[in-house]
Design a protein around this ligand. Structure first.
Ligand code: PEP
Length: 252
């Protein structure tokens, strides 16, 4: 049985005090959510404070990005995966479409970030997903398959056990246009098939595949009913504690 994961990506929102305010509201609202793992991903500057305030709770903390570099060094502006672990993170998001698009991250950079994160004992949330024009041209599966092979290159079976894939069609992120549960299921089943072919049945079976793209309290239950949807990566709707709690506590 795969335990669902509901993760909130706060992007570049919230100061430290705003982050604390949000998690203090969120904590009691999701305290009984034993059906899933709950993760929040604040900005770098708020990570330590948030992780400290969440200690002993059922909410885990994720970075939104990490450096490609494993060793300390002259990498101005970068934060190493091991430093995320040091401040209490358990997860890190890599390959978010905003980073691929606006910061020109390639699959090989994303692969190095994933390797660094695994070496730092973090669980990796690897984002993949096609643009609208790629989907319209019939290339969605090819694009996602390429992102998976590039992003996961060289990982062992035990590494793959600490990978979560987030399928986030770019056309659904922040647009209010969610993929239908059927569209999500179709791509999630494809991703699981890719894992079966490239890795093993066991790895594919254990893989958690999250859907991301305009998830809200009123569409999460339909998505979660699909066999291969194992949770959600939530952007905008995770910023408000009550709304995010409404997603975590979806109708089961
Ligand atoms: C995201 O940023 O990962 C995301 C899915 O955003 P939104 O929920 O706002 O579409």
């Amino acid at each position: 049985m795969r335990k669902p994961v509901i993760a909130g990506n706060w992007k570049m929102y919230k100061t430290v005090s705003e982050s604390v305010e949000t998690i203090l509201s969120l904590k009691p609202m999701v305290a009984n959510a034993n059906h899933c793992e709950v993760v929040v991903a604040p900005v770098f500057t708020a990570l330590k404070t948030v992780a400290d305030r969440l200690e002993g709770s059922n909410i885990q903390v994720s970075g939104q990005n990490c450096s490609t570099e494993m060793e300390y060094g002259a990498h101005t502006g970068e934060v190493a995966a091991v430093m995320l672990r040091d401040v209490g993170c358990t997860h890190v998001i890599v390959g978010h479409s905003e980073r691929r698009e606006h910061y020109f991250e390639t699959d090989s950079m994303i692969n190095r970030k994933a390797q660094a994160a695994l070496a730092a004992d973090l669980t990796v949330i690897l984002c993949v997903g096609e643009t609208l024009s790629q989907r319209d041209q019939g290339n969605a599966e090819r694009v996602v398959s390429g992102q998976l092979s590039g992003g996961l290159s060289g990982l062992t079976a035990s590494d793959l056990a600490r990978i979560i894939v987030a399928y986030e069609p770019v056309w659904a992120i922040g647009t209010g246009r969610t993929a239908t549960p059927e569209q999500a299921q179709e791509m999630h089943a494809f991703i699981r098939r890719v894992f079966t072919q490239r890795h093993s049945e066991e790895t594919a079976h254990g893989l958690r595949i999250l859907y991301g793209g305009s998830v809200k309290p009123d569409n999460i239950a339909g998505l979660m009913r699909k066999e291969d949807v194992d949770g959600a990566l939530v952007g905008g709707a995770s910023l408000d504690a009550e709304t995010f709690a409404g997603i975590v506590n979806y109708d089961r």
